[in-house]
Design a binder for this molecule. Structure first.
Ligand SMILES: *Cc1c(COP(=O)(O)O)cnc(C)c1O
Length: 381
């Protein structure tokens, strides 16, 4: 089955009770059993709920995985992966990391004696040097937030396999429409389904997908025991979102390409970060492991914070907001939003200056989006 069919039909069946084509929202906590000896597929809704199961089956299908688990948020999913570890274990993560993931590692799990190292994964020698007998897990995102650094997944897979480690890839930015880490040899994929998989900025949900039966067994135990599950209504919304993922991602990518080219040619723009440019650092790797370049781009506007504010005030379609991946266009200011918890020095080291803006390009008519940007850039002249 091809990807665009999998988003709609992958591992899905009509509701066995009613024939409903779309799996209904099973808003129930418990299920009647036939007898003491004969328990059905569903018993108690923390363990499994038919709506969540339908979503988990869809998630496994689109990521080409054997098993999937849905959690209450992306952070709950990431937290569950770290619960595979024991005190004394070590994790190596790419330096460019979602802020919430860094906070979870440093402010929760570090105090349970799990050690986290951060290194630039494009520097394979440095990464390899950090691996020791306590290392258990490698963690990466690609493309990264907000500067769209591209990490060569196949290259990290080689290092991971050679050292018998688990490689987890946060595939939130790319989605399986653009990139499938399990096919490249990664062991675990995690998602903030809050973003593109849900796609309509109306739900918070997380997911883990794997093909490893051992890992899946442990993660299912963690999900059921710790209980950070996705609810039936939220599962329904993401299941519905996935059915249009391919159409949305195609338009997100198309609009972003046009906007990147527009900004690149504009006098008031200092630099545009978009992996589709031939001269962009990770371009060749992106071409190899992604089918297109996605819906996120960042750029530096010429000017100080006053001008940035003026630019943002003039935008009407792009809304200043956290998050990404919805049908509507958003603009973010990483220095004061996603990366506000870092010191100014840390931010500058990462290239997150006060004139940096990140766009989550929606699926509106692109001419309207470009008109919105052009008018607002002109307003700061
Ligand atoms: C948003 C996000 C998360 C966290 O997911 P929530 O659903 O907000 O808990 C993790 N990783 C990435 C890359 C994200 O963008």
């Amino acid at each position: 089955m091809n990807f665009n069919t999998k988003t709609i039909h992958g591992n899905q069946k009509s509701d066995p009770g009613t024939g409903a084509v779309m799996t209904p929202i099973y808003q129930t906590s418990t299920f009647e059993q036939k007898s003491v000896e004969h328990h059905g597929e569903f018993s108690y809704a923390r363990t499994a709920n038919p709506t969540r199961t339908a979503l988990e089956n869809a998630l496994a299908s689109i990521e080409n995985g054997k098993f999937a688990l849905a959690f209450g948020s992306g952070m709950a999913a990431i937290d569950a992966v770290i619960r595979l570890l024991k005190p004394g274990d070590e994790v190596i993560a790419n330096t460019n990391l979602y802020g919430g993931t860094y906070r979870l590692f440093e402010q929760i799990w570090k105090s349970f004696n799990i050690k986290f190292h951060y290194v630039n994964f494009t520097n394979v020698a440095e990464l390899s040097q950090l691996i020791n007998s306590k290392t258990k897990l490698l963690w990466l995102e690609t493309p990264t937030n907000p500067l769209l650094q591209i990490i060569d997944i196949s290259m990290i897979v080689k290092i991971s396999k050679k050292n018998h480690l688990i490689l987890a890839v946060d595939n939130t930015f790319a989605t399986p429409y653009l990139q499938r880490p399990l096919d490249l040899g990664a062991d675990i994929v995690v998602h903030s389904a809050t973003k593109y998989l849900g796609g309509h900025s109306d739900v918070v949900l997380g997911a883990i997908i794997t093909s490893d039966p051992e890992i899946s067994k442990k993660l299912f135990f963690i999900q059921n025991t710790c209980g950070a599950i996705a609810g039936p209504m939220d599962s329904f919304l993401v299941l519905r979102g996935i059915k249009t993922l391919h159409v949305r991602m195609q338009r997100h990518s198309e609009n972003t390409r046009k906007i990147a080219e527009f900004l690149q040619n504009h006098n008031n723009i200092e630099k545009v970060y978009w992996p589709g440019f031939e001269e962009f650092e990770g371009h060749k790797i992106a071409l190899k492991q992604m089918s297109d370049f996605g819906g996120i781009l960042s750029f530096k506007l010429k000017g100080n914070i006053k001008k940035i504010n003026l630019f943002l005030k003039n935008l009407t379609l792009f809304k200043l907001a956290e998050s990404l991946g919805g049908v509507e266009s958003l603009v973010g200011h990483p220095a004061t939003m996603t990366h506000a918890s870092l010191s100014e020095n840390q931010r500058n080291d990462l290239g997150i200056t006060e004139n940096l803006l990140r766009l989550s390009v929606g699926i509106e008519d692109c001419d309207d989006l470009i008109e919105d940007l052009e008018r607002s850039i002109r307003a700061i002249d």
